[in-house]
Design a protein around this ligand. Sequence first.
Ligand SMILES: Cc1ncc(C[n+]2csc(CCOP(=O)(O)OP(=O)(O)O)c2C)c(N)n1
Length: 649
Amino acid sequence: MSVEEGRANHGRLLGAIRGPQDVKRMTAEQLDILAAEIRDFLIAKVSRTGGHVGPNLGVVELTLAMHRVFDSPRDRLLFDTGHQAYVHKIVTGRQDGFDKLRQRGGLSGYPSQAESEHDLIENSHASTALSYADGLAKAYALRGEPRSVVAMVGDGALTGGMCWEALNNIATAGNPLVIVVNDNGRSYSPTIGGLADHLSSLRLNPGYEKMLDTVKDALGSTPLVGRPMYEVLHAVKKGIKDAVAPQAMFEDLGIKYVGPVDGHDIAAVESALRAAKHFGGPVIVHAVTRKGYGYRPAEEDEADCLHGPGSAFDVETGKLLAAPSVKWTHVFADELVKIADERPDVVGVTAAMAGPTGIATLARKHPHRVYDVGIAEQHAATSAAGLAMGGLHPVVAVYATFLNRAFDQVLLDVAMHKLPVTFVLDRAGITGPDGPSHYGIWDMSVFGVVPGLRIAAPRDSASLREELREAVAVDDGPTIVRFPTGTVAADLPAVRRVGTVDVLAESARTDVLLVAVGSFAGLGMEVAARVAEQGYGVTVVDPRWVRPVPAELVELAAGHRLVVTVEDGVRVGGVGDAIAQAMRDADVRVPLRDLGVPADWHPHGTRAQILADLGLTAQDVARDVTGWISRLDAQPVEDVQPDKAAAKN
Ligand SMILES: Cc1ncc(C[n+]2csc(CCOP(=O)(O)OP(=O)(O)O)c2C)c(N)n1
């Protein structure tokens, strides 16, 4: 088909793609048309569902070239983080699924083994692909299987320590393996740090200057680290010939370096990949791309090149269609600035997510008091320990799911040293469309075992502000403040406070003590109203600080016939478990039922859908509570059998 014919039949090439072999057959002209069709498709589809539009627009040609040079699924194509695998999904015959991208029952926003034999890594946490690749290459070498292993990794993900641990091993092992570095100069905002320094000393290659300008334009003026990163990454400051050439760095290590290549030139990428494929050892193909390429609103979006609009957006402007609302993140960001205005020792730390966590607000007000450490949560925690040892009070703002990485650092580097570091966990609990690896459901369990660590779970904006202040006032150990995603709940004032526990509702009868953790406070109120209709009295409390278990909570429990806990986290080792243990320790023999998230992999959907699936709606909980308390009426406490809810976990 000629270019003209292709234009006349826009979308036809894409429509005919059923698998990688269809891309392999195409001519250079057809590939260019296909790339344009894929971009139009991505913009049209993702604008309706939300998703990672910017990253995928930047890897269209890289992905096509990978599928032409290698034979997936025999050859293994790995996508670090996996947010940039939409083009791969299209090439591997999943176009039809894009109407329900990230929606219940629809395509996952990340690679998914259940969806396709072409997908391998499902984990959406960054910087893992090179380690998987190292292991796969070793396995194929040992088993004598002639398969190629190819890992695409972004310059942002390369700031993660795991990548460097992997490179060290890949170099030593010497197995054939291709690492495609997708260098767009950005994580969400411009990538920070010096490690990528050695990727390029572009001045050695004058023909490359033009492309460099393109990339440079893509680097917005960031208050944090954009310019230094750019200079370091591309060795601009270092002068010309004496700059450390990436070839030298990687080849000294034992990894062949090819590049830099224009990542939007399919032929150039293909030829680099073919050379890499036949090299017989580990090779880095360094491709320079532009995030959001071909879509003006993404290319011009200074904040994050439309990294991942969470919901539908206007194609013309790239702006979200949903009416703006006050998010938990905004309340945190606003209060943090107020606290920092009052306390010069308070500083912010982000792991490449200044915008999404709200730390950017602090950076705008106090640019010298914010540290963006790159996608390096472990380093963030221990660096924060250092900041605290140095007399500061760091507030480390990360998504709940990502702090899991830094368990040992929080445990030993921070808590064992009794250091005042506050971790603010955004997107805690069930988050929704990003699926299981993005749920923030482990923090209360995992970090609940850390001695001396206090965990707060605010229920609304007033309590978030208050608990954040309480957290940064703690000077003898770490604190966590965790809150969910989305619009902040309407303020729910307490009737009274007992110790640190807020009583939200009470009645003349004290049948049930309902412990509603964090954002489940509203649900607790509704449950109380429904259960009251059945003639039972429910006291609803918000513990505010869930670890350690407040002593008052145990005292309150002793005054009721049944305790029910509801939390937005895994039940195993969760708040309910901790309260049950505290009650046992205090010899309080009131039965306790703990409702929460079963320790399992829950597929993506909206938060509301998933909570409904788990029986965590007011209606379900009210039914459970009524059932339990009426059975207590009917028989002695010891005889109440565990039921389906107890078996859920
Ligand atoms: C451990 C971890 N921390 C934070 C994130 C959030 N995150 C998702 S994509 C991304 C930026 C990735 O940048 P890069 O690898 O360069 O890919 P690009 O989006 O630029 O293509 C970040 C920080 C994550 N996925 N994993």
